[in-house]
Design a protein around this ligand. Structure first.
Ligand code: NAP
Length: 257
């Protein structure tokens, strides 16, 4: 029960890492506000939690839309009285070297991955500041630290999230709010399955190539990232501030051959 008495809001929790974190956080005693763009997927996450005896509500919202996010935050506080942990997890993938990325695709990924982190933070922070307490987890990626082929737009957004995290930490430390970033390597979720289909004529060959760049020889699982998020959400990480936490099978600091 590492999150007993904590209220957690997770964006993009209808799928992949967000869903896995929602299920784990609920098992650890949190009251979970599940957000997603897709109602069916988000409702399903909340229903699984409730059927396991946990507490969860689903709130549909688009993290790129200020009105939608503001209403989500108000409804979350209406449901559980406060938000102790905000996990800004929602994100989309982008493929291509810079010259291959069309302006609309660029704007879309920047909107979801950067504006979609800025907006929930903007509307949750005043509540955390008033209570002088909170833990914020911003989803970056190991591509913020290393160059990977044909990931220009995605890397730009995840680098922005990491820089934002450090800057936010300085501004909110005096309110007893911690702000940290997660930097996963390649984790097998629908997001990566889509990336493989978009990027490779032979997705299985693409997958085998990705496995080779991991020191682990395997892709990560959503549960691996959820466990790291649990640590950042809990008071066990109370001395971690403005830090990147890598869960990457050795991709950033290791060298394979
Ligand atoms: P996923 O399975 O695709 O889950 C992402 C969720 O975010 C989806 O349910 C998606 O809904 C939702 N979402 C997208 N746009 C949204 C919006 N505007 N408002 C609210 N929700 C929205 O992906 P994942 O692999 O779990 O990734 C989660 C996060 O981890 C992302 O930020 C990703 O960049 C990051 N990450 C992933 C990996 C990896 O290898 N998987 C590695 C590093 C970092 P829809 O399905 O309706 O679009």
């Amino acid at each position: 029960m590492r999150l007993r008495n904590k209220v957690v809001l997770i964006t993009g929790a209808g799928s992949g890492i967000g869903r896995s974190a929602a299920l784990l956080f609920a098992k650890e005693g949190a009251q979970v506000v599940v957000n997603d763009l897709a109602s069916e997927a988000g409702e399903e996450t909340a229903a699984i939690i409730r059927s396991d005896g946990g507490e969860a509500v689903f709130i549909q919202a688009d993290v790129t839309d200020p009105d939608s996010v503001q209403k989500m935050v108000e409804r979350a506080i209406g449901a559980f009285g406060r938000i102790d942990v905000l996990f800004n997890n929602a994100g989309i993938s982008g493929v291509g070297a810079l010259h291959e990325v069309e302006p609309d695709a660029w704007d879309r990924i920047v909107s979801v991955n950067v504006r979609g982190v800025y907006l929930p933070n903007k509307y949750v922070l005043p509540h955390m500041m008033e209570r002088r307490s909170g833990s914020i987890i911003n989803m970056s990626s190991c591509v913020a630290e290393i160059g990977l082929a044909r990931r220009a737009s995605y890397a730009a957004t995840k680098g922005a999230v990491l820089a934002l995290t450090k800057s936010m930490q300085v501004d909110y430390a005096s309110y007893n709010i911690r702000v940290n970033a997660l930097l996963p390597g390649t984790i097998l979720t629908p997001f990566v399955e889509n990336f493989l289909k978009q990027s490779y004529a032979d997705p299985q060959a693409g997958l085998d190539g990705i496995k080779k760049r991991q020191l682990s020889g395997e892709l990560g699982r959503p549960e691996d990232v959820a466990q790291a998020a649990l640590f950042l959400a809990s008071d066990e990480s109370k001395f971690m501030m403005g830090s990147p936490l890598y869960i990457d099978g050795g991709v950033v600091f290791g060298k394979n051959a």
